[in-house]
Write a protein that binds this ligand. Structure first.
Ligand code: FAD
Ligand code: NDP
Length: 315
């Protein structure tokens, strides 16, 4: 291990990580960003790399695609003085200061650590999923929905949030029909997203319905669903299945050294990015299960860099 002690290491490369890199870079803190190599199953650049148009990020009145936005943020980080490394951080030791960050067999020391590792799509783990994962089951319609195997098929989307609505609308371009399985009698999605699916001629919603199983040999040909009101089960022809049931925060590499809430999100002091360990800051979706937007992640990334700068000034 080199004796050099970095000022700021940022782990993660979504809007939170890159915004903290931009601010830390401009504060001449020479930040190092570990952008990850398919960490948590997500490409460098984070969740927005899995979507098409982003219409609600300020500054782009005509919208911008998620991958384009993230490429621009990465370029801006580098222009502001950040060093971006395409590796995944395996573990950290936060028990002694400076902290140790381990990436493959290499270890680095740092005065401050900014955790911006975001979140990863959840899966249901129904019996047929093991066999059919990525053979007709996906957690990213935007990445996989255009594949020939899904063309003109009856596709199912599990979930009732914004992602589920966005995915159903996207899939309806290719599918013969899209059915959403919503476990409650209402959706969590924003009103405008709900309206898009409820008004769409190719999308229907099975309310209070859960997925029991997915069937097929080498591709999906049916799903078994259960109405949770009357416990009635039915098997429906299907050509594909998409999960849109939320995300899991990427905190495993921390090995419980930072305080987490009961669902694994990092606990921060309200109004700040301070974690349970002085010098360790968290921003973006890894500490936010409420807002989970690109712009709020970016905002908290700015806060993390400023909090880190203040911490460094106290040393
Ligand atoms: P993420 O974007 O999750 O990025 C975290 C990155 O860190 C990932 O690349 C991951 O691989 C990496 N990482 C994880 N662990 C490690 C590690 N150990 N070492 C190194 N790297 C690591 N929000 C909007 O505002 N507008 C939208 O239109 C919109 N559309 C969306 C569409 C979809 C399909 C999804 C899933 C989300 C959408 N969101 C949207 C939400 C938005 O994408 C997130 O709120 C935002 O990306 C969170 O940013 P983040 O920086 O916290 O983390
Ligand atoms: P959410 O957590 O908001 O929604 C998850 C959905 O999946 C809910 O309907 C939930 O149901 C359902 N669900 C969870 N677990 C299960 C299960 N085991 N079985 C069946 N259903 C289940 O996640 P999203 O990914 O939709 O959204 C995450 C964030 O990203 C949000 O803040 C959202 O606003 C944002 N986003 C914004 C977009 C935009 O603005 N254009 C596009 C996409 C995402 P229940 O409600 O019953 O818990």
């Amino acid at each position: 291990m080199s004796d050099k002690v970095e000022k700021v290491i940022i782990v993660g490369s979504g809007p939170a990580g890159h915004t903290s890199a931009i601010y830390a870079g401009r504060a001449l803190l020479e930040p190092i960003v570990y952008e990850g190599l398919m960490a948590g199953g997500v490409a460098a650049g984070g969740q927005l790399t899995t979507t098409t148009e982003v219409e609600n990020y300020p500054g782009f009145p005509k919208g911008i695609t998620g991958p384009e936005l993230m490429m621009a943020m990465r370029e801006q980080s580098i222009n502001c003085g950040a060093k971006v490394i395409t590796k995944t951080v395996d573990s950290v030791n936060l028990n002694t200061h400076p902290f140790t960050i381990t990436v493959q067999s290499e270890s680095l020391l740092t005065q401050t650590l900014i955790i911006a590792t975001g979140a990863t799509a959840k899966r249901l783990h129904v019996p047929g999923e093991k066999n059919l994962w990525q053979k007709g089951i996906s957690a990213c319609a935007v990445c996989d929905g255009g594949l020939p195997i899904f063309r003109d098929k009856h596709l199912f989307v599990v979930g009732g949030g914004d992602t589920a609505c966005e995915e159903a609308t996207f899939l309806a371009k290719f599918a013969s029909k899209v059915t959403m399985l919503v476990r409650k009698g209402e959706m969590r999605a924003s009103k405008i997203m709900q309206e898009r699916v409820l008004d769409h001629p190719k999308i229907n919603v099975l309310w209070q319905t859960v997925l029991e199983d997915v069937l097929g040999e080498n591709s999906v040909n049916a799903v078994t669903v259960k109405n949770v009101q009357n416990n009635e089960k039915s098997t429906l022809d299907a050509g594909g299945l998409f999960y849109a049931i939320g995300h899991e925060p990427n905190t495993e590499f921390l090995n419980n050294q930072v305080a987490l809430d009961e669902t694994g999100y990092i606990v921060t002091t309200p109004g700040t990015t301070l974690t349970s360990i002085p010098g360790v800051f968290a921003c973006g979706d890894v500490q936010d299960k409420k807002y989970r937007q690109a712009v709020s992640a970016a905002g908290s990334g700015c806060m993390a860099a400023m909090d880190a700068e203040h911490f460094l000034a106290t040393l």
